[in-house]
Design a protein around this ligand. Structure first.
Ligand code: BGC
Length: 698
């Protein structure tokens, strides 16, 4: 008994101290106010704030998930909505391109504007927490929620995640999810992911750290799966040690829905602050545990303090000044269209098939069921209810007006008459790909995709159209990598548009007819087949994640993908020359600036993404052959040249040293490669980093 009491006293002291240290960073006035409010709350009021109370499913008229505040003290409730591609439950809210499409823009500036637009729409709808972004690593393109992610690379995810969080938090709270190692759908509620500490820190958590420390995310959602034997909603190492300990996170953690909590005391003790969407393990059970002395009230106080802190800091109790006119506004539609343009990736353009010149065309065949089908993403929690969706056909018809005949063949299986019509066209645009039937969140959506090919019917559609007319252009929709060895060689051009959002049809037409120039780059590798990737197991209840996936895995194995990470074509051409570094040797804490001259050497205005990769020759540990460490997108007129800069914080070259439990910066002669995709890096220089003992750089 005495030992038990002593244990709880220790727990209380540790938790109180972690709260004190974080509090000093957010201002003592704020903390004083937080303390005053929490001190006035009864135990019942405090515990009530630790779980949602909307019920398992939202009912009609009740569009936002609710977590109560304390009305008598003026502490507002939280009101939450998904999600990653727009406000899920609000009719008419803007549907943006999915996360992977936005990531393909390689333009954090536009991602920030997308986040800000969603944050505004949320506040206008009465909400305060946006259940986004999904910043899990896309370890394998088979994951059903691939479309929600920012792709396979830690650095790219970090830049996009930080931008989105900062945008949302201009008005509301963001909620990066799902912490951590959630990369399988079909077994997501039960699977245990075994990961060594270095892989965990460097590959699965680094972008969460960026979202929390750099983005200042106010909240985080835990994942359903377990990591190294402990469910994420009660994972001491993930939440207590790393998130709230090492990173000093002063916000709050909420569980994923319904199956995201397992035990009362384990969850509360290890740092889960809110159970969603209802009290299953919290509520009465948690209250009773505190009342009978089985659980310290200090833990409850810490959780409530974290929520009240964010409510005050972001003035959630005050009117937002935003009204419903922002929901689906013209301004937000323009952002959605711009994001779709910026994120579409031109993968092939033989014989300069694109752009199409309306003046030179009399008849276009637009082929495929998806040409005139709204296709904005899966049926999972990120689903939305747009007021309208501009289909590719509509976009094309409006772009060409009366001057060109558009022959829509709304079928996926073509007959002789269709082939004759296709043969008679000056150009053929086949719109095909994946839909919510093929991939999505588990349980409510289609789940994982074990085969990366298109369906045989859709592959035949492409081949038949291309057989009837050599000028066949494929507009491909889908949320991840698609294998295309069965048809790619037969088509002239291929534009990957992902799920491009409700303005997608206009964006596609902008690109097809050259009103905009493609500038997206792949945020994931497109392999030639599953044999180029690590195994994807969505059946076993125990899986192991090691250090390598995506381009890192292919580089290590010397495999040549169909299209590499970072790849994307343009209607113009660019040269990159004259790589210079601000310094040739560097030490811990330095930020080295690399500059290159980028020239638009073609005849159209366009944007190029310059990418910087680092290597680690002679490292004491096994590293990736090269890793993305910086990028910049630059827009240039034909003939224009600009010197662009990419900053590399030297600490970002450190690895996690498990023996020291610290980030170690090695004394290495790094080769730094710069170019326009992970496999096209013509410029190189070296950066010599002075030897360091392991240092706690994060
Ligand atoms: C998903 C979350 C989502 C939540 C609420 C869960 O099934 O995993 O991403 O935010 O539902 O809709």
């Amino acid at each position: 008994m005495i030992l038990r009491r002593l244990f709880w006293v220790l727990v209380a002291v540790v938790i109180a101290c972690s709260s004190c240290s974080s509090s000093s960073s957010v201002g003592s006035d704020l903390e004083r106010r937080v303390d005053e409010l929490v001190a006035q709350m009864t135990l019942d009021e405090k515990v009530a704030q630790m779980s949602g109370d909307s019920g398992l499913l939202l009912t009609e008229g009740d569009t936002l998930w609710n977590v109560p505040g304390v009305e008598r003290l003026g502490v507002p409730p939280f009101k939450m909505a998904d999600g990653p591609r727009g406000l899920g439950p609000v009719e008419g809210a803007t549907t943006f391109p999915v996360g992977i499409a936005r990531s393909a823009s390689w333009k954090p500036g536009i991602e920030r504007r997308v986040g800000a637009a969603m944050g505004r729409e949320l506040r206008a709808a009465g909400g305060t927490i946006l259940l986004a972004p999904t910043i899990n690593i896309l370890r394998h393109p088979s994951w059903g929620r691939s479309q929600e992610t920012y792709g396979e690379d830690v650095h790219l995810i970090s830049r996009m995640g930080v931008a989105f969080v900062q945008g949302v938090q201009e008005n509301a709270l963001a909620n990066p999810k799902h912490y951590a190692a959630n990369s399988i759908e079909d077994t997501r509620f039960e699977v245990d992911v075994k990961i060594d500490e270095r892989t965990l820190r460097e590959i699965y958590l680094k972008h969460f750290r960026a979202a929390v420390l750099e983005g200042q995310a106010a909240s985080v959602m835990s994942a359903y799966n377990s990591v190294n034997g402990q469910f994420c909603g009660e994972n001491e190492h993930l939440i207590r040690d790393i998130l709230k300990g090492d990173w000093g996170f002063d916000g709050f953690v909420l569980s994923d829905w319904v199956f995201g909590t397992q035990s009362t005391l384990g969850s509360a003790l290890n740092g889960l602050d809110i159970e969603m969407p209802i009290a299953r393990v919290y509520g009465e059970l948690l209250l009773a545990a505190v009342q009978d002395g089985a659980f310290p009230e200090a833990v409850i106080d810490d959780a409530v303090r974290r929520m009240v802190r964010k409510k005050l800091q972001y003035r959630l109790g005050q009117p937002s000044g935003l009204d419903e006119s922002v929901i689906g506004s013209d301004e937000h539609m323009a952002i959605a269209r711009e994001a779709a343009v910026e994120g579409s990736v031109l993968l092939k353009n033989a014989s300069s098939a694109l752009p199409l010149e309306t003046g030179a065309l009399q008849r276009i065949a637009v082929v495929g069921i998806l040409a005139n089908t709204p296709n904005t993403g899966d049926n999972g929690s990120s689903n939305t209810m747009p007021a309208f969706v501009v289909t590719p056909l509509q976009g094309i018809e409006e772009a060409v007006g009366e001057t060109v005949v558009v022959d829509h063949i709304a079928k996926d299986v073509l007959d002789g008459d269709d082939l004759a019509a296709i043969g008679a066209a000056d150009a053929v645009v086949v719109v095909t790909g994946l839909t919510a039937e093929d991939e999505g969140e588990g349980l409510i959506g289609a789940g994982d995709r074990l085969d990366l090919d298109l369906s045989p019917e859709r592959e035949a559609l492409i081949r038949d159209a291309a057989g009837a007319n050599p000028r066949t252009i494929v507009v491909l929709e889908g949320g991840g990598a698609i294998t295309m060895g069965n048809w790619l060689a037969e088509v002239e051009a291929l534009l990957m548009v992902w799920y491009p959002g409700q303005m997608g049809g206009y964006a596609i037409a902008d690109l097809l007819f050259g009103d905009a120039n493609p500038s997206g780059k792949l945020p994931i590798t497109f392999p030639t087949g599953l044999d180029q990737l690590p195994p994807f197991d969505n059946v076993s209840l125990k899986v192991t994640y090691d250090y390598f996936h995506g381009y890192r895995y292919l580089d290590r194995n010397g495999a040549t993908p169909e299209f590499p990470f970072g790849f994307g074509l343009s209607y113009t051409t660019f040269s990159v020359d004259n790589l210079q570094a601000s310094q040739a040797t560097a030490m811990e804490g330095d930020v080295v600036t690399f500059s290159v001259d980028v020239t638009n050497t073609g005849s159209a205005a366009g944007a190029e993404v310059v990418q910087l990769y680092a290597t680690y020759p002679g490292s004491a540990v096994e590293r990736s052959e090269r890793e993305l460490k910086g990028f910049v997108k630059v827009m240039l007129d034909s003939g224009e040249s600009e010197a662009v800069e990419i900053s590399l914080p030297v600490n970002d070259l450190a690895y996690y040293d498990v023996t020291e439990s610290a980030w170690a910066l090695e004394g290495l002669e790094h080769a730094i490669h710069v170019g326009t995709s992970s496999r096209d890096l013509p410029l190189s220089t070296s950066l010599s980093v002075a030897a360091q003992a392991p240092v706690l750089v994060f």
